[in-house]
Design a protein around this ligand. Structure first.
Ligand SMILES: Nc1ncnc2c1ncn2[C@@H]1O[C@H](COP(=O)(O)OP(=O)(O)O)[C@@H](O)[C@H]1O
Ligand SMILES: [Mg+2]
Length: 309
């Protein structure tokens, strides 16, 4: 049996007298992708911060490649060098251009030469389609681009474990996909990842294992198919139903808005946008039908126009 990449054993954490993590157990194998789902306040961020040693644990242990990183005397900086973490807010330094943002930690913390750090950074920027942003400043980039830079910055020290905490929550809906695609790319490349997310479609797609956290416990875990299709725990069912209801609500609002637009051309444009950000295949098909409907209203002269549908 090989040693797992990450193992969490009986982890407890309280802030003052509030228990936030209660007896959490988790095994993450090499190249495995684990998604943490659960309501706000269920403990997802705290769990990731414990793994990154940003928050000290009260009880239990965390093993990285078999070594207990919560043991006394462990050098937290050395542990953190082995993993990358990305948060909801991008936290790029506004006064530094993109390449300086990415190379700062490799140079200052890891002692890598500027030229070597810049070579790595340029390779990563190219790999993630941001080659033209090398000397740009963060405020000139879209939210999606900034978050991709934040991912690249976390990758710049060549970690083999990545932690993601709701990295798309602060983004406009149309920018979410480009960041999720970056994470999909990392999965294809074999990266081990623990991802707190509220993007259920993405979790279903990318996760090998999904953990549902509820009030600081992993209430249920298993392959995405099992958790999303046949959850055993009533709390998991309730949580998933709430997400479905909320999505439906958002979909209705979006559709009413589009229908209220006067110009057919404008409606067509908005439906095309909805196709792109549709929460699932079902809604994509419905929007595509609307795209066809709007097109037929525009008349035969408009047919064949490239509109991305
Ligand atoms: N530094 C802190 N001090 C006090 N309470 C905290 C702190 N960080 C998180 N909490 C509390 O811990 C609980 C879990 O929070 P969090 O891990 O952020 O959950 P999630 O990421 O699932 O939304 C919440 O009740 C939150 O208010
Ligand atoms: Mg959180």
């Amino acid at each position: 049996m090989t040693t797992p990449k990450l193992e969490i054993r009986g982890l407890w954490k309280a802030f003052e007298d509030k228990e936030v993590l209660r007896d959490v157990h988790l095994v993450v194998d090499h190249h495995e992708v684990v998604c943490l789902i659960g309501s706000s306040g269920s403990g997802k961020s705290t769990l990731l911060k414990c793994v990154n040693l940003l928050v000290p644990v009260d009880n239990g242990s965390i093993l990285l490649d078999g070594a207990d990183i919560t043991a006394p005397g462990v050098n937290a900086n050395q542990v953190r060098e082995q993993m990358g973490i990305v948060f909801q807010s991008f936290n790029l330094f506004p006064h530094m251009n993109i390449i300086d943002n990415i190379t700062l930690s490799p140079r200052k913390v890891h002692g890598i030469s500027r030229s070597q750090a810049e070579d790595t950074a340029r390779d990563l920027l190219e790999r993630f389609g941001l080659s033209d942003k090398v000397t740009e400043y963060p405020d000139r980039l879209s939210g999606g681009e900034q978050q991709r830079v934040a991912v690249i910055r976390a990758l710049a020290t060549e970690p083999d474990l990545m932690l993601f905490d709701e990295v798309t929550s602060a983004l406009d809906p149309e920018l979410v996909a480009e960041v999720l695609d970056v994470i999909r790319g990392l999965k294809s490349a074999g990266m081990t990842m623990v991802i707190a997310t509220h993007e259920m479609g993405f979790a279903r797609d990318v996760a090998d294992q999904v953990c549902f956290l509820d009030q600081g416990r992993i209430l249920e875990h298993g392959p995405p198919k099992q958790i999303f299709s046949t959850p055993e725990q009533p709390r998991t069912q309730q949580f998933l139903q709430r997400i479905i209801d909320a999505t439906q609500y958002g979909v209705n609002i979006a559709q009413n808005h589009v229908n209220s637009l006067d110009e057919t051309q404008e409606r067509l444009r908005m439906f095309n946008l909805l196709v792109e950000i549709a929460p699932n295949e079902h809604w994509r098909k419905l929007y595509l039908l609307d795209v066809q409907r709007q097109r037929s209203l525009l008349g035969p002269t408009q047919e064949g126009k490239p509109d991305g549908a």
